[in-house]
Design a protein around this ligand. Structure first.
Ligand code: BGC
Length: 535
């Protein structure tokens, strides 16, 4: 597949968490006008588009992932006019925009929920998932919230429990009800008519539940990795509360909605490889999905080979998306650091790896600076959810550092920002990295621009050669060309076997590797790209 319809396949996308990008009005919270002001910066990276996390009207219990008006802009972020201006300015610069769409649940403050909870016979009585208590008054079944505790809360007004897979402020919509689907789709059309280029479909696999409300079976926890804090949620097999068979039909409906428009992209957030494939396998399914396999603590050639191998080892038509950092997990520069410290060389190598795998890469704001996870003092923490590794998510959401010497690193003129800008991020600010040609920022630009000129990296098949233990290696193949890509994930230098017909490529930003006949030496956190052509 090539051509305009598939712009997203070869794209590099940049995730903006709007609360923390740039504050234009001095209230300590980032906003849409702030994003518009920084579009030259975003375009300068060479990325093709933006995934923008929620900016919709919301009480902000989950910082926007609890939507109370699907077609409104929360005043914290600005107005619809600000949105239109931002979208227009992005398009003028050739940047696409995909926005988050939260279909699995709304905010408890959504008028739909207010009506639904008002009794058992109102027109929206069945728009959410309601159930009677068990005879002993306890919740209808054993389902657990992703954020811990029962996934059910008793509502005294209606005299029933309502279901919420996340916070109790995020009641699950009943996607089995066609009226609910139509209401959500009409909001989606409203944004598509405005010209957004697609949606990132939040928590998609959570959209449909088992109507029999069967208990989930228990799941033995995997051996501890010493870093991930196991969540009660991880102690169940999610047989009945997510990823129900009807999801396939729902994905098809979503795709058909997008296909009514030209060139729109649907990106699902799902948890595992099997679901990633299932939701995207075929021309009538979603365009692409990302999962959590590179967002956890698992690190190393074996772990990465397993994550990618799981996806590529079976024949299917799915096209993956990949992210190593986002607003839900500890930043990769810290999560995968060998000693807890920042290693710019590692940050560069990881960015290159992210952008060299077959699939669409997503860079999370600040990843292009090699930002580390922030330490947020306990009395300044605000997130009540839980991240993918079982910890709070404030540390990956602190504001972008723009200018080292300005208050709040130039993010905001406010006295206090919604989350503090950590001192450790000051020297990593954009203005400092602009001055340093060896910075992670300059590397990111160089690599993105180099990648655009490598059709084999953009579209080639991916294969994992045997015989590489300490280095993560794969080959990408397109037509007669083969690119051999090697990433030293560790700080120690390493020597690896290399076929003699492989010629090093240049221009990607890594120092030339030391190549002897039949072998290659890679410095700590180094990477190598070499090319061979079939005779
Ligand atoms: C989002 C989270 C959010 C959750 C509930 C996710 O997967 O990325 O930030 O808390 O969905 O909407």
């Amino acid at each position: 597949m090539t051509g305009e319809k598939t712009w997203w396949r070869n794209a590099v996308l940049y995730q903006i968490y709007p609360r923390s990008f740039f504050d234009s009005n001095g209230d300590g919270i980032g906003d849409l006008k702030g994003i518009t002001k920084k579009l030259d910066y975003i375009a300068s990276l060479g990325v093709d588009g933006v995934w923008l996390s929620p900016f919709f009207t919301s009480p902000m219990a989950d910082f926007g992932y609890d939507v109370s008006d699907y077609c409104g802009v929360d005043p914290i972020f600005g107005t619809l006019d600000d949105f239109d201006e931002m979208l227009d300015s992005m398009h003028k610069r050739g940047l696409k925009l995909i926005i988050d769409f939260v279909m699995s649940h709304s905010s408890i403050a959504h008028p739909w929920f207010t009506e639904s909870r008002s009794g058992k016979t109102n027109p929206k009585a069945d728009w959410y998932v309601w159930a009677d208590p068990k005879p002993d008054g306890t919740p209808p079944n054993n389902w657990i919230s992703v954020f811990n505790g029962p996934a059910w809360t008793f509502d005294a007004q209606r005299g029933q429990y309502y279901y919420h897979q996340f916070l109790k402020d995020q009641p699950d919509l009943n996607i089995r009800n066609p009226e609910v689907v139509e209401a959500l789709f009409s909001a989606a059309r409203w944004w598509l008519d405005k010209g957004v280029d697609g949606f990132r479909l939040d928590a998609l696999q959570h959209c449909i539940h088992d109507p029999g409300l069967h208990d989930n079976p228990a799941r033995p926890l995997p051996p501890p990795d010493g870093k991930t804090i196991p969540r009660p949620y991880d102690m169940q097999q999610h047989k009945y509360d997510r990823n129900q068979p009807e999801m396939i039909g729902f994905c098809k409906k979503l795709r058909s909605l997008a296909d009514d428009y030209k060139d729109r992209m649907l990106l699902a957030e799902v948890s595992g490889t099997e679901t990633t494939i299932a939701y995207t396998n075929g021309p009538d399914m979603l365009h692409t999905a990302y999962n959590f396999s590179l967002l956890s603590h698992a690190y190393g050639a074996d772990a990465f080979q397993e994550a990618l191998g799981d996806f590529f080892d079976t024949p299917h038509e799915s096209w993956p998306s990949w992210a190593m950092s986002n607003h839900d997990t500890i930043r990769a520069a810290t999560r995968w650091s060998p000693d807890g410290r920042r290693h710019p060389a590692q940050a560069k190598m990881l960015l290159a790896l992210l952008m060299s795998m077959r699939g669409t890469p997503f860079i999370y704001q600040g990843e292009e600076l090699g930002l580390t996870e922030s330490f947020v003092p306990p009395d300044q923490r605000v997130d009540t959810g839980l991240g993918l590794t079982g910890t709070g998510r404030d540390g990956c959401r602190t504001p972008m550092p723009w200018q080292k010497r300005k208050a709040n690193a130039g993010f905001s003129k406010a006295k206090n920002t919604w989350l503090p800008v950590p001192d450790a991020h000051m020297p990593l600010a954009v203005d400092m990295q602009e001055k340093d040609k060896e910075s992670v920022l300059h590397f990111t630009r160089r690599f993105i621009s180099w990648r655009k000129k490598q059709p084999t990296l953009l579209e080639g098949d991916i294969m994992f050669p045997d015989g590489y233990k300490n280095v993560f290696c794969f080959t990408r193949r397109l037509g007669g060309e083969e690119l051999f890509c090697a990433f030293n994930l560790h700080p120690e230098s390493v020597t690896l076997p290399l076929r003699n017909d492989i010629i090093p490529l240049e221009g990607h930003g890594f120092a030339p590797a030391n190549k002897d006949s039949g072998s290659l030496s890679l410095p700590g956190f180094g990477a190598y790209f070499g090319r061979s052509v079939a005779a």
